[in-house]
Write a protein that binds this ligand. Sequence first.
Ligand code: KG4
Ligand code: ZN
Length: 376
Amino acid sequence: MTILGIETSCDETAVAVLKVNPPLYEASEGHLGQIEVLSNIVSSQVKLHAEFGGVVPNLAAREHVKNISHVFETALKKASKTGNWKLETGNFPIDLIAVTHGPGLGPALLVGIAFAKTIAMTHNKPLIGVDHMRGHVYSNWLKPIGEIPNSKFQIPNKFPAMNLIVSGGHTELVLMSDYEKFELVGETMDDAVGEAFDKVARLLDLGYPGGPAISKIAENGDPNRFPLPRPMLHSKDFNFSFSGLKTAVLYLLRDLKEKGVEINDQTKADIASSFQESAVDVLVQKTIHSAREYGVSTIMLSGGVSANTLLRNKLKIATEKEGLVFFCPPLVYTGDNAVMIALAGYFAHKKTGAVDPDAPVGTSWQTIEMQPNLGF
Ligand code: KG4
Ligand code: ZN
C-alpha cells in the first residue's frame, strides 16, 4: 500500500510518500520490517515566525498556500524511481491519502485539508483524516530514507506501551494497548513543555524556537547553580504543569539583576541547564511512575521536544533500569513531518476500512473537517 501524507497543522508544510507492505499490522514475528519511506519533504516557516516570537496562524496559512503544490510535486518526484510521477498527468500510484485534520491551528489545517480533498476528488483516491498526535506516536516505527528495519527488535511491537508526547502545544502521557488503541492518562494543566522551552528562551534572548537554543547553551551550563522547582513531581496523578517553572526562571532573572549579577553567557548557560534539568526530571519520573502503574512493557517518546538529547538519554536509562524497552524516533522525524501522518493514515484505514475513521464505512472525502482541538 502506498500512502501520501499531508501535514499543515502548524508551521511546517510537509508531504511524504510511504510504502507499507502487510502483514505489518498483524505484528507477526519477524514481519515487521515492512515500512519504507519513499519521500519526506518538509518546508519550514520557522524563520518567518521567528520575527514574531511564535507562530502566527494566518501567516502560517498563507505560507502553506504558497508552498504546498511545490512541496507535493517534489515529494511525488522523489518517491518515484523514474521521477515521472506527476500531478498533471495523474500518473502516481497512490492507494490512500492521509491528511492531518487536527489538532492544530485552524487556518493552517484548512490548507492541507482543502489540498488533500482536491487531489482525492480530481484523481479519485480515498482520503482519510488523521490525528497529528497519533502521527507523532507512530514516528517511533520510522527509519530514515533508505533504511528498512531488518529485525523485529528495531521497531516497537510489544504492548501495552506508555507514550510520552512532548511538543510545542502538547505534553501528554498516552497508554497504547494496541496499534490503534489509545487512552490519555495525563497531560499538562497549563503550558506544554515545548512552550516552556520557547518562553524561557525568550527570557534569555535566545530567539525562536527556543528548544534547540536552550539545549545547545545548556551543554556548557551547570545544572546545580540555580536549583529550580520540579512542579507536580509528587502529585498522585500523571498530569504536568510547566508555567510555574517558567515563572521561576523569570523571578530568578529579576533577582539576579537586582543583586547586580551580570547575565552573561555563562549565567545564561547555567539557567538554561537548570531549567532543562528540572523539566526533564519531571517528565522522566512521571513517565516511569505511569509505566509502573499501568504495567507496560515499552516506553516511547515523541514530538518536537523528543529531539532533546538530555531527555532522550535520561528516559532511555530510566526505562532500561525498569527492565522495559525504550524507543524514540530518529531525529529527522521528531519535528512535524508527513511520513508520520501517512503511517497514522495506514493504521486508521486498517482499523476501520473506512475513508474517514470517524465516519461510517462507505462515506467519502466530503465528510472530513478540521478539528483544531482534537484529542485522544
Ligand atoms: O512537534 P513540534 O515540531 O510542533 C508541534 O506540534 O508543536 O514541536 C515543536 C516544539 C517547539 O516548542 C520547540 O522549541 C521544541 O519542540 N523543540 C525542542 C528541541 N527541539 C525542538 N525542545 C527541547 N529541546 C530540543 N532539542
Ligand atoms: Zn507536532
